[in-house]
Design a protein around this ligand. Structure first.
Ligand code: GDP
Ligand code: IMO
Ligand code: MG
Length: 423
């Protein structure tokens, strides 16, 4: 199995990092392929909790080479803060490779993100305000600066000055606050020098690893329904978290990929605005948020809770060619009398065929549920599928039957070993 992809199947925060950490044990390289520091990936090992934003979740293993792929937008202050924090805790980042083709985020991207959001008023996306959309917009406009440009630091400084001056004029014209371009040039010249030893031709490095028989793991951030093309547009992020994005974002072609693991929570959450057919407002939703600690790692925002939606999950299976599903946080439902699973949508009393291609329609559908009795016991100590209560297995088997791929991993707690891996 040379190349595997891990992809979120809902609206993010499915527990991707925990599964990547688990799979990283048998992989030599873990590669982020899109997004930036809008991601918040949590790995718990013993009594240590690591919250990662840019560095791939495989970094905790000595044998793993963590790679930031060409599809990522890199915020240098965050990158170095994260490296310093990990190294102060005894985790080496010396093997980290940053693709020369990855794009850099600058402070003006964050100003623009905030400006766009404030202009949208009540219709705002609810972005993380990290400058992700404006940085990808510059990439598409072909004016973005790439990590590889720091190899010639004098030229890089001049390019930062030029882009900064243009961005300043645009932001002031849009009614935003003026900012000190020269201070950014000085700051980013220093950051650029620090980046130099990490910059690499990662496309070449990854192909060399694959050709020598190594296993490579591609780490998605965000998720299928935050995908710029396939998500609930415009309430999406500005990259392609879906499995296709893993090819574009690493330079590895689709025929090398043999395993695509979709991560789904046993319920659903979303942060920010947008339609959510199975959203739970009220006591049961609060219970999920409390037990599941559903607050964003990056922004601290309360995540909106809802039931598991198999219409969406089946769509995610198709879009990503999932070979299997990791169903996480099943333990969060331990105390529920009843667990609801959405198995269909209707609109104005009419059954829909599947996931609609219009976010406005998604906002109006009625979710149709199957109600399953709760198992009412703790799952956190379970390690084999056979040991699981029949009622928990019934939920897993309903998922498999409905979406057509096996559930290979079941999460029963935040810790590294708190899962059931089915052979
Ligand atoms: P990611 O963005 O997809 O990597 O997910 P996050 O790290 O943002 O959010 C998932 C949260 O759930 C983290 O706090 C994890 O430690 C935690 N978590 C992951 N898997 C499980 C699980 O199976 N059970 C429980 N209770 N917590 C989990
Ligand atoms: P991980 O990798 C959950 C959401 C934001 C907002 C929308 C656009 O931890 O699963 P952006 O800043 O990307 O332009 O915001 O996307 N969003 C996430 N939600 N988990 C994430 O990452 C997210 N990254 C972005 O809340 O609705
Ligand atoms: Mg997260």
């Amino acid at each position: 199995m040379p190349v595997a992809v891990v992809v979120g199947t809902q609206w993010g925060d499915e527990g991707k990092a925990k599964v990547i950490d688990l799979l990283a044990e048998s992989h030599s390289h873990v590669v982020r392929y899109q997004g930036g520091h809008n991601a918040g990936h949590t790995v718990v090992v013993g009594d240590q909790r690591y919250a990662l934003q840019l560095i791939p979740s495989g970094v905790l293993y000595d044998h793993v080479t963590p790679v930031i792929g060409n599809g990522v937008v890199v915020d240098l202050p965050t990158l170095f803060k994260e490296i310093d924090s990990l190294e102060s805790r005894g985790i080496s980042c010396s093997k980290l490779l940053v693709s020369s083709l990855s794009q850099l985020i600058f402070p003006w991207h964050q100003h623009l993100d905030a400006l766009h959001e404030s202009k949208l008023g009540d219709a705002k996306i609810g972005t993380t305000l990290k400058g992700i959309g404006p940085a990808y917009a510059d990439k598409a406009l072909r004016v973005g600066l790439r990590a590889g440009m720091v190899r010639d630091i004098a030229q890089f400084a001049e390019l930062v000055r030029q882009r900064g001056t243009d961005a300043h004029a645009m932001i002031v014209a849009l009614g935003g606050e003026p900012f000190d371009v020269e201070a950014i040039v000085v700051q980013f010249t220093e950051l650029g020098k620090r980046l130099q030893p990490y910059v690499a031709d990662t496309v070449n490095a990854l192909h060399a690893a694959i050709e020598s028989g190594s296993n490579v793991l591609l780490e998605g951030a965000q998720a299928t329904f935050l995908d710029l093309d396939h998500g609930t547009y415009p309430f999406v992020t500005s990259s392609n978290p879906t499995a296709g994005g893993a090819c574009a974002g690493t330079g590895i072609g689709p025929r090398s990929i043999t395993r695509v693991v979709g991560i789904a929570k046993a319920y659903t959450t979303r942060v920010g605005s947008g339609p959510f057919p199975t959203e739970l407002i009220g006591e049961l939703g609060d219970k999920i948020v409390d037990i599941g600690h559903e607050f964003g790692t990056v922004t601290g925002r309360r995540r909106r809770p809802g039931w598991l939606d198999l219409v969406m999950l089946r769509h995610a299976v198709r879009i990503n060619s999932l070979t299997e599903i990791a169903l996480t946080k099943l333990d969060v439902l331990d105390t529920f009398e009843e667990v609801r699973i959405c198995v269909g949508y209707s609109l104005n009393g009419k059954q829909l065929d599947g996931y609609p291609d219009d976010s406005n329609v998604l906002g109006e559908v009625m979710a149709q549920y199957v109600d399953l009795p709760g198992w009412k016991q703790e799952l956190c100590n379970h390690r084999s599928y056979d040991q699981l209560p029949a009622r928990a297995k019934a939920l897993i088997e309903l998922v498999e039957k409905h979406v057509g791929v096996p559930v290979s991993i079941i999460g029963v707690g935040p810790e590294r070993d708190a899962c059931v891996v089915r052979s």
